[in-house]
Unconditional design. Sequence first.
Length: 80
Amino acid sequence: MKTIKIRYFAMLREETGKDWEDLKTNASNLVELFDELKGLYHFSLPREALRAAVNNSFCDWQEQLVDGSEVVLVPPVAGG
């Protein structure tokens, strides 16, 4: 089990009610982490609509997670 820090923005922040959290997880990559979070929070957006970053670098969804990783989930942003 590892602890991952997750930051939420925009719609995801509204759906979780959190700016961030430390989550204990067995997820080995971002796909598994997203699936776990979707089960917890019932996200309205599919994974394909989001971008993810691990430790300040955007990456693909197969990125491996280690204890202490910091994950940022970024939904699409509407401009005006």
